[in-house]
Design a protein around this ligand. Sequence first.
Ligand SMILES: Nc1nc2c(ncn2[C@@H]2O[C@H](COP(=O)(O)OP(=O)(O)O)[C@@H](O)[C@H]2O)c(=O)[nH]1
Ligand SMILES: [Mg+2]
Ligand SMILES: [Zn+2]
Length: 224
Amino acid sequence: MRVERDILAANDALAVRNRALFATRGILAVNLVSSPGSGKTTLLTRILDDLARWVPLAVIEGDQQTSLDAERIRATGVPAIQVNTGKGCHLDAAMVARAVATLDPADGTVLFIENVGNLVCPAAFDLGEAHKVVVLSVTEGDDKPLKYPDMFHAADAMVLNKIDLLPHVTFDVDRCVAHARRINPALEVLPVSATRGDGLEAWRDWVLSRRPAVPRHASERTAS
Ligand SMILES: Nc1nc2c(ncn2[C@@H]2O[C@H](COP(=O)(O)OP(=O)(O)O)[C@@H](O)[C@H]2O)c(=O)[nH]1
Ligand SMILES: [Mg+2]
Ligand SMILES: [Zn+2]
């Protein structure tokens, strides 16, 4: 559809600008995507303290309504901005650009973007992030990679959350991973329980290992 194509082209142009800004400032932007309730905010709150020992952090929280998630993030001491999309069902690059201007993250910041809970259109909207990470919880069914292939194709990693609930639900981890890798053979899989704590170190290390080198001129600007 024409209108849809124009909207995506305009978004892509802004995403290119976001990505260029992140590159000059050595910022790692990670876009968390999932259906509502899979555990995105919990996955963040559980590693922010630890990450804060190594890197500056900032969070953009997307939801249709409320600033509850930004408040959960700020309670950890990390700066967060809530973006309410109203009837909108995804964040776009312009929203991220405005939030970044307000947050004014330091060079070398790890910037998490928690997208609106939706496994469909966030796959199509580039925000300028380095990586999309799809969060799937075991209560959602092991067939979701087959049903929402675009999202699993766009993601570089899948956090498989709520593994503490595996004894109580019908969810075949091997089948889920096989489905996901059929769509995206390079997909990394991180099984975790955000509440019980399993796999959180691997999740933290995955983030830390993705940091770009901070460009020389950027570190000179911050050096006092
Ligand atoms: N049992 C269990 N519950 C979890 C886990 N992670 C998150 N939850 C719960 O799932 C619900 C939704 O979590 P939230 O982080 O708000 O999900 P979001 O909508 O993706 O940001 C909350 O009640 C969390 O406590 C987990 O690993 N195990
Ligand atoms: Mg949330
Ligand atoms: Zn949407």
